[in-house]
Design a protein around this ligand. Structure first.
Ligand SMILES: [Zn+2]
Length: 341
């Protein structure tokens, strides 16, 4: 039984009318913005969320999913209860190669939804992606996700999971999902790994399980019974040092940059098209309607003609997922390891 999120309570109960006056101004503005997007949800988007995404009407209301005129808005509330940012999901009617999800510039990876962790449910599922989380909640499973994909789970989030007896990690059925799940398991050793069945296909996710394959809550409960903690051997990270930027010389960064192809790394999050010897795509750092974003394999760099964002593969990941330098090196190390296998 999902507990209503704080803001939903504020907005739907009568005593909340005056409680709202006691909310600090920036928070109130944020709630009102989320509410105005929510009220603007067109019927066709509502239909899409319910029928194609498998998210219940109730969950859509609790989570204040909305519409900003171009994209579906998913308000993400920070650990402090304030609006951190909106994730912006692609309009299902948009047939362009615009990214499926956008995050506003300058935002950090956040956990969606903190109120779930804080309630200390007896069981909690960590999944990969906001829509997957909402499908799980729809089926009565308390769930959270990192807003920055499978590769990012911040170590400082882990202590907040103390006191939750059963933690399940259910990431997509692909290599990125497997590696991401192990990364979480290293931080939460008592968590169990849930393997989605083969029928979801390569890259299949929780939404495929429930929506495309029409599985039920009972089916997912059965799946949870098969979950196992990670093997000790999988939890060992080779040459893991207490990473401080000063420990990691420029040479290490340069070595790693040479091991990965920038178009491959960026291509994971931005659809890229060849253009001469370069690649172009829609910029992930601003609302880009023309492909303004260019990746230059030769110089291993990128540049956006719209917002002037520029840099190399490290800058890209630091900015996109708001990672620290050591965290970025970890991510690039994994890309390099994949490239070598
Ligand atoms: Zn840009």
């Amino acid at each position: 039984m999902p507990a209503p999120a704080t803001f939903a309570v504020f907005c739907s109960t009568s005593e909340a009318r005056y409680a709202r006056d006691m909310i600090p101004e920036p928070t109130r503005v944020a709630i009102e913005l989320a509410l105005s997007y929510h009220k603007a949800l067109p019927e066709r988007i509502l239909d899409y969320l319910i029928n194609e995404r498998g998210i219940s009407h109730r969950e859509i209301e609790f989570s204040l999913l909305g519409w900003n005129g171009r994209r579906i808005t998913i308000p993400v509330w920070g650990r402090d209860g304030k609006l951190a940012f909106f994730k912006l999901a692609k309009d299902p009617g948009d047939t362009s190669d615009s990214p499926k999800m956008l995050t506003a510039v300058g935002t950090s990876a956040e956990l969606y939804a903190w109120d779930r962790v804080r309630l200390k449910p007896s069981e909690l599922i960590i999944c990969e992606g906001e829509f997957d989380r909402l499908v799980l909640e729809t089926h009565g499973f308390p769930a959270v996700t990192s807003t920055a994909g499978a590769a990012v789970f911040r170590p400082d989030w882990a202590p907040e999971f103390q006191g939750i007896r059963e933690i399940y990690i259910c990431y997509d059925r692909d290599e990125a999902g497997r590696l991401g799940a192990l990364r979480v398991a290293r931080l939460l050793p008592h968590a169990k790994l849930v393997q989605l069945p083969e029928e979801v296909g390569n890259g299949g996710d929780v939404t495929d399980f429930f929506v495309r394959l029409h599985h039920t809550r009972e089916d997912f409960l059965e799946l949870l019974k098969t979950a196992q903690p990670a093997q000790a051997a999988d939890l060992v990270v080779p040459d893991r040092r207490p990473a401080e930027p000063k420990d990691v010389g420029d040479s290490e960064a340069a070595r790693l940059k040479a091991l990965v192809t920038i178009e491959h790394v960026i291509g994971q999050s931005v659809p890229l098209r060849p253009s001469g010897e370069n690649f172009t795509g829609r910029c992930p750092f601003h609302e880009d309607h023309a492909p303004s974003f260019v990746v230059f394999p030769k110089t291993r760099s990128f540049y956006c003609f719209g917002c002037q964002a520029r840099g190399d593969v490290l800058t890209y990941l630091m900015r996109r997922d708001n990672l620290s330098f050591p965290e970025v090196l970890d991510v690039v190390r994994r890309f390099a390891a994949e490239a070598q296998t």
